[in-house]
Design a protein around this ligand. Sequence first.
Ligand SMILES: Nc1ncnc2c1ncn2[C@@H]1O[C@H](COP(=O)(O)OP(=O)(O)OP(=O)(O)O)[C@@H](O)[C@H]1O
Ligand SMILES: [Mg+2]
Length: 181
Amino acid sequence: MSSRYPLFRVLRRELRESRFGARAETDLGPMIGRQAELAALRLVWERAKSGNRQAVLLTGEAGIGKSRLLQALADGIAGDGPARQVFQCSPLHSDNPFWPVVQQFPAAAMIVERGVAEADGRDRRQIRGETVDALAGLLLDTTQAGPALIVFEDAQWADRATVETAELIPIPGGPGVRKLH
Ligand SMILES: Nc1ncnc2c1ncn2[C@@H]1O[C@H](COP(=O)(O)OP(=O)(O)OP(=O)(O)O)[C@@H](O)[C@H]1O
Ligand SMILES: [Mg+2]
């Protein structure tokens, strides 16, 4: 064999906060188009900044640019110094209660474990409700110091308990669903 091929060796494992980041962080390239969508999200952000909590469901087929759009939003609002929390949902953990939240907050793992430990003697539904309340509290804590951008990436894979937790955060009527075409 006369040709030479480079060899690669894995040196270390790094955790990334999102699938998108893992794939595209090194060479994101310029943002193309999506000006209207970006402007709409910026408007939502401005409302959130003035204290009115907002929620947007960004929907569209795989690869259409949902994560890229969020990245552009995050870049655009970086000057506001927002707290940024990305909960990455995974198809491998759709049945794993609270998985995306536990990945982000060690404190969440302790709360969930405590619930499991108490599961014998007490009503399971009550424990689950308490756990959901406590985790929703953790999520809201990230908004105490100033404006926060909280993202559930690939939410179609979120486990039921995580959905319940997110639903518990009161949103007084935001802009709703935004579909990317
Ligand atoms: N407006 C855009 N400008 C430049 N690049 C873009 C744009 N939209 C998408 N891309 C690129 O296309 C690829 C797919 O986009 P992205 O990962 O954001 O899609 P997605 O909707 O989040 O997909 P999935 O549902 O699989 O998570 C990425 O490499 C991204 O950088
Ligand atoms: Mg994506």
